[in-house]
Design a binder for this molecule. Structure first.
Ligand code: BG6
Length: 503
C-alpha cells in the first residue's frame, strides 16, 4: 500500500504466471497488468512468461490473450499500449509436476531476461489449483530460481485457498518456509486490493474525529455483509468441498473485521499493520462447541428467483453432489476480547444467491438518551449509523436524525454521503492492480503473513469441528433471492436487533 509517493515499480522484472491458461489470468491478471502499463506503473524493462499444461506456442498465447482481453476490460482499449504489452508476453508449456518443465522454464527465463533486460528479478504468480502451490515452490527452489542474489529479488504470490483448515494452512506455511523467506511470500486476499477496504485504514487513522468514538462506549454493534447474487457458477468442484465458511469467512470477512477492529499501528509499515491485525484476530473469542450451535448459522440456497429470473437450487448445480450439505450462506456473531471491544457484537453474514451483490460494513452507534423525545415512537429515533460501502457504489455514509421542517418537532433520518465515483471518478480496475504493483515494489502490507492466515483459520476451526459431527441433511435451506435462512434473523432477534437491508 503506497502511502507516500506512489512508490513506482522501477526495478526491471519478469512476471511468471503459473496457470496461465486459466480463468484468473485472463479475467484479472492480464487486464490488471495492462491497466498498470496504461498508468505507467510498470517498469520500462519487464516481461511476462506464462506456464501451464495446455500446449500452446507464444504466438498462440498472445492471440488468445488479445481475444480474451476484449471481453474483460471495463473501459476502452488503447491499441498502442496493448501492442507494446503483448510483445513482452511469452508462454512455456509445462506440467507443474514435471522437473523437466522447470528446466525448460529456467532456460527460457534466461533468454527472456536477456532480451528484455529484466535482470534477475522474478515475480512468480501461482494462479493454479491449490494442490500445486507447494510443489511449484519446491521445484523452483530446486532449480535455484528462488534464491535472491546481491541486488536481485525473487517473490512468490500465492492465490487462495491457502489451506482448507488450520492444519493444512500450517503445513503449507511450513513447506513454503523450507524454500522461501517470509518476506518473499505474498499471500493474496483480493479483498485487501479493493480501494474502499484500504480506505478503512485512512478513514480511521487520518481523521481525528472517528477514533475517539470507535469503541464499546459508543458503538452498539457492527454488521458485516458480503452478499452475492451469483450462485456457485462452474466452481462446484472446489466449492462443494469448501463451503462459504472456508471460502469467504476465514479470509475476506475476517480481514474486514480486522481492519475495523484493529488498534492503530505505529506506522504503515507492512509488519506494523500486520502485527495489529493478527493481534485483534487472535483476540476473537474462541467458539465453544455449544456456542457454535447458538452463534453460527449455515444455509444453502434452494431454487428461487434472483433479479426476476428463476435460478436452480445449489444441489442442482454442476459438480455439486445432489445431496450436498455444503453451506452457501453463513451468519455468525463474534465477540472480541479486548478493552476496546468487550461485549460489542460483530455480526457477519455472507451468502450466494442473495438478492443482490453488496458488501458493506455497518457500524451502529448507541442511542442518545431520549428524554427530550418521550412523545416520539422510538423506532422513529434511529441510532447513528456509519456505513462503509465496499462494493458496488463505493462510499461512506453517516446517518443521523434531523428535524423535519414544520411547526411541530418531528424527527427524521438523513444521510451524509460520500461517493467515491463522484469525488474521484471511476478508474477501470480489477482490484488486482494495487496488489501486483505492491508486490513489484516489495510492499507486503496488503498481503497476508503466515501468522495472519493461521489466525483466521484458528477462528473458524472450532466451527468446522462441530459441523463435521452434525448429522447429514442438517443445513437449513433458503430461497434463492432471499436474505438467507430465518435462523439468521433469529440470531439477531434474540438480542433485540435485526439485519440491515442494505440501501
Ligand atoms: C472469492 C471466492 O474469493 O471471492 C468466491 O472464492 C467469491 O466464491 C469471490 O465469489 C467474491 O469476490 P468479489 O470481489 O466479487 O466480492
Amino acid at each position: 500500500m503506497h502511502t507516500h509517493d506512489g512508490g513506482e515499480a522501477h526495478d526491471p522484472s519478469t512476471i511468471v504466471v503459473f496457470g496461465a491458461d486459466g480463468d484468473l489470468t485472463k479475467r484479472k491478471l492480464i487486464p490488471a497488468l495492462y491497466h498498470l502499463m496504461v498508468g505507467h506503473h510498470l517498469p520500462e524493462q519487464f516481461a511476462i512468461v506464462g506456464m501451464a499444461i495446455t500446449p500452446m506456442s507464444t504466438e498462440d498465447f498472445r492471440a488468445k490473450l488479445s481475444k480474451d482481453i476484449t471481453e474483460h476490460l471495463a473501459g476502452p482499449m488503447d491499441r498502442a499500449v496493448w501492442e507494446s504489452f503483448i510483445q513482452r508476453v511469452y508462454y512455456v508449456t509445462g506440467d507443474f509436476l514435471d522437473p523437466l518443465a522447470y528446466r525448460r522454464l529456467q532456460e527460457f527465463l534466461e533468454e527472456v531476461s536477456n532480451r528484455h533486460q529484466t535482470g534477475g528479478n522474478y515475480l512468480f504468480y501461482l494462479a493454479t489449483a491449490s494442490q500445486f502451490f507447494s510443489e511449484i515452490v519446491r521445484q523452483l527452489g530446486m532449480r535455484g530460481l528462488t534464491a535472491q542474489r546481491e541486488g536481485t529479488w525473487r517473490r512468490v504470490i500465492i492465490e487462495k485457498p491457502f489451506g482448507s483448515d488450520l492444519a493444512s494452512a500450517r503445513a503449507l506455511n511450513y513447506e513454503l518456509s523450507r524454500v522461501l523467506q517470509e518476506n518473499q511470500i505474498y499471500r493474496i486476499d483480493h479483498y485487501l486490493g479493493k480501494e474502499t477496504v484500504q480506505n478503512i485504514l485512512v478513514f480511521r487513522f487520518s481523521n481525528g474525529i472517528f477514533e475517539p468514538v470507535w469503541n464499546r462506549r459508543y458503538i452498539d454493534h457492527v454488521q458485516v455483509t458480503v452478499a452475492e447474487s451469483l450462485g456457485v457458477e462452474h466452481r462446484g468442484r472446489y466449492y462443494d468441498a469448501a463451503g462459504a465458511l472456508r471460502d469467504m469467512v476465514a479470509n475476506h470477512l475476517l480481514q474486514l473485521v480486522a481492519l475495523i477492529a484493529m488498534e492503530p499501528p505505529n506506522s504503515f509499515d507492512a509488519n506494523a499493520v500486520r502485527d495489529e491485525k493478527v493481534k485483534v484476530t487472535r483476540g476473537i473469542l474462541p467458539f465453544h462447541p455449544v456456542e457454535v450451535l447458538r452463534a453460527v448459522v449455515a444455509g444453502q440456497y434452494a431454487e428461487g428467483k434472483v433479479a426476476g429470473k428463476p435460478v436452480p437450487a445449489y444441489r442442482a448445480e454442476p459438480y455439486v453432489a445432489p445431496d450436498s450439505d455444503t453451506e452457501t450462506f453463513v451468519a455468525m456473531k463474534l465477540l472480541i476480547d479486548s478493552w476496546r471491544w468487550a461485549d460489542v457484537p460483530f455480526y457477519l453474514r455472507t451468502g450466494k444467491r442473495l438478492p443482490r451483490r453488496v458488501t458493506e460494513i455497518a457500524i451502529q452507534f448507541k442511542r442518545a438518551p431520549f428524554m427530550l423525545f418521550r412523545q416520539t415512537a422510538t423506532e422513529q429515533l434511529a441510532p447513528n449509523l456509519l456505513i462503509i460501502r465496499i462494493q458496488p457504489d463505493e462510499g461512506i455514509s453517516l446517518r443521523f436524525d434531523a428535524k423535519i421542517p414544520g411547526p411541530a418537532v418531528r424527527v427524521g433520518k438523513v444521510d451524509m454521503e460520500f461517493q467515491y465515483a463522484k469525488y474521484f471518478g471511476n478508474e477501470p480496475s480489477t482490484g488486482y492492480e494495487t496488489l501486483l504493483h505492491d508486490c513489484l515494489v516489495g510492499d507486503a502490507t496488503l498481503f497476508q503473513r503466515a501468522d495472519n492466515v493461521e489466525a483466521g483459520w484458528g477462528v473458524v476451526e472450532p466451527i468446522l469441528e462441530v459441523w463435521k459431527g452434525l448429522p447429514p441433511k442438517g443445513v437449513p435451506l433458503y430461497q434463492a433471492g432471499s436474505w438467507g435462512p430465518a435462523e439468521a434473523d433469529d440470531l439477531l432477534a434474540r438480542e433485540g436487533r435485526h439485519w440491515r437491508i442494505p440501501d
